[in-house]
Write a protein that binds this ligand. Structure first.
Ligand SMILES: [Zn+2]
Length: 345
């Protein structure tokens, strides 16, 4: 993508203030470490990019490999992107989510590689609660057409703010090692972000603890860690691959679980088609709503990890029948508003 000269200097001016929003916009040009001596960081997809920009601040130039609004699973890299990974000063990625990125990182000479899964071991959430195990089904559920499966585990650790904070700490430590001159700034930025994530975690705890329903249905099984963190049960239509097609047996399981657990809402996500969720909801006479796995943020000037997570909290509270007044207190100081329910069509 070409960016006109005038547009570019505007980007440069506002980049530090709106780093998360704008560095991605600029990712089509440049690539080498600038003459300004900033740390040249490559981040594999949105949640890694958010950490890198928040923690790196003005001392880093972050290049995202996954464009805004693109589903990161199964990303293919261009030769130019592979070159950029090779030349990066530091890389922030999540091993097991994007095989082509893993390969490029393995071949990179970057001295500073942060693998999110080194900070947070992955768990296996492939079989949702209520899905019978060892029941004589054959092995077809074993490779649902995705690659971050049995060996790697569920990659969606960023959807648990506590686990995400652990990844933030490892990013901060690595940036400090890569650029000791600014270690103090990285430490301060890390502490600030971890503080925000800790507050977010508390909002989720407070906001969901009294919800009478504990089961939610999603199309893509991205919320296993979130469910575990707040005592909820995720039932997924699709498994961890957002684009796979469920079997009729799987659909029957989901419908049964929805009926048995008083489910009111079938969640779909922003980057994949809502068709499946709509079909299931229609069959059961239920509502649909958005639960955003934050694999990409379309409008980064408008939203970031923290605002989208608060939208997710509101959506879960509504679906699970939580008393939203109780949590409004917890969230009042942090900008949670009624407009948080995204009217995505
Ligand atoms: Zn996913």
């Amino acid at each position: 993508m070409m960016i006109r000269r005038g547009a570019r200097s505007t980007l440069a001016l506002t980049a530090t203030a709106l780093a998360a929003a704008l560095t991605l916009t600029a990712c089509g040009d440049g690539g080498d470490q600038g003459p300004d001596g900033r740390l040249n960081v490559v981040a594999s997809f949105y949640p890694m990019e958010f950490l890198a920009t928040k923690i790196g601040g003005e001392h880093v130039k972050v290049t995202g490999l996954t464009a805004a609004g693109v589903e990161p699973h199964d990303l293919e890299l261009t030769a130019k992107q592979v070159g950029r990974v090779q030349k990066a000063d530091a890389i922030v990625y999540l091993k097991g989510l994007q095989p082509t990125v893993d390969k490029a990182v393995a071949g990179s000479e970057a001295k500073h590689k942060v693998d999110a899964t080194a900070a947070v071991p992955l768990e296996d959430h492939n079989l949702p609660e209520g899905h019978a195990e060892g029941d004589g089904h054959d092995h077809e559920g074993h490779d649902d057409g995705h690659h971050h499966d049995e060996a790697a585990g569920d990659p969606h650790i960023w959807l648990d703010p506590t686990r995400y904070a652990a990844v933030a700490r490892s990013v901060g430590a690595e940036f400090a090692a890569a650029d000791p001159e600014h270690a103090e700034d990285y430490r301060r930025n890390t502490d600030d972000l971890v503080g925000r994530l800790t507050a977010l975690d508390q909002e989720f705890k407070d906001g969901l603890k009294d919800a009478p329903n504990r089961t939610f249905v999603t199309s893509h099984a991205a919320f296993g860690y979130l469910a575990e963190a707040y005592g909820l049960t995720q039932v997924s239509i699709n498994g961890v691959d957002p684009e796979s097609e469920p079997t009729p047996a799987r659909m029957a399981d989901v419908q049964k679980a929805a009926k048995e657990n008083g489910v009111t809402t079938i969640f779909f996500e922003t980057l994949a088609s809502p068709r499946l969720a709509e079909t299931v909801a229609k069959d059961l006479g239920l509502r649909t709503a958005v639960l955003d796995p934050l694999e990409g943020v379309k409008d980064q000037a408008e939203d970031d990890y923290l605002t989208v997570m608060r939208q997710n909290l509101t959506a879960l509270q509504t679906a699970l029948g939580a008393n939203t007044n109780a949590s409004a207190n917890a969230g009042a100081s942090t900008g949670t508003g009624p407009a948080a329910t995204t009217p995505t069509s």
